[in-house]
Ligand binder design. Sequence first.
Ligand code: EPU
Length: 343
Amino acid sequence: MTPLPAVIRDGSLARCNTFGLSAVAAERWPVGSLDDLRAWRAASTGRRPIVLGGGSNVLFVAERIERPILHIQLRGRAVVDAAGDSVLVEAAAGESWHEFVLWSLEQGLSGLENLSLIPGTVGAAPVQNIGAYGVEITHTCEAVEVFDLEDGAFRWLSSAECAFGYRHSVFKRLPPDQQLITRVRFRLSRRFEPVLGYGELRAELARAGIEAPSARDVSNAVCAIRRRKLPDPAVIGNAGSFFKNPIVEPAVADRLIATHPDCPRFPGPEGRVKLAAGWLIERAGWKGHRRGAAGVHEAHALVLVNHGGASGAEIWQLAQDIRDDVAAKFGIRLEPEPRVITD
Ligand code: EPU
């Protein structure tokens, strides 16, 4: 019988979440192999775990997490199949997302360059269909392998079965932590077709004097923009955008723009309109606001930060106050983007 992975009891989670919150985990199980997973399930008492990857999209509100945490550290990446320009690659869930993007570029493959420097792991990427600068992983993700904690089976879900939407997927609809992602496959290309619809990205390339960019150039430009606008979690705790950009009916956007003509609006899915949560929060007066060690980043109002020593509850309270204030001022309800763990 495979031995159980070594459990860490009552350890701090400070290094396991990019907010740098020092919640304590009653049990954290580092999962380095599929055998670890099988052994954990066989021995589990049926208590539903919390599945944790890079911890870059999670807010631990409770000071102590009683549910067992499965800390996914599965490694490996490979070219699975290559036919002409089209190449199928896969990576294990515990691989760093950005390292995987860099590896794909080293293989001469494109398709992920706009998603450079997004914190977190490969396994977390499909859950919220990570996206940036006009690209989401739904554009290249071919299949996702999951381990079902209920029946112990591994299954591949096709991209269609993942039901990707804006910061959404089937993994957010399923009972949380019943299925965990073990591997992800992407269909990449040897022929580079740049996606440069995002004005800020074109401007960055122009500034660097690059007219016909390579995939590597686009990756470098995305990294430069992100480094300028978004705080580095290694320096100041944060989980990227704290709220999703609201997607509203055109009539709602029209009403808002009638009173606030400078409110940015973007085409959303199914004829709806995507508004900029960062703009709403800034206009409500929260940009750069600080309450104790919890705050709103001074360069980007959509990012909540831990200046050092904030508790998850303090950050969550600040988030709720911002949400209520934006609702009162603009009639728009913001939804958190990271997973908020309250139990
Ligand atoms: N804006 C403001 N004030 C701010 C921040 C933004 O007015 O403080 C306005 C900007 O002027 C712009 C609009 O809001 O008109 C959009 O801002 P930005 O281009 O920075 O993008 P975003 O909508 O805030 C989204 C993603 C980011 C992703 C960028 C680039 C969401 C929730 N966030 O941010 O993803 O990197 O676009 O594609 O969709 C993340 O998910 O953690 C994340 C960082």
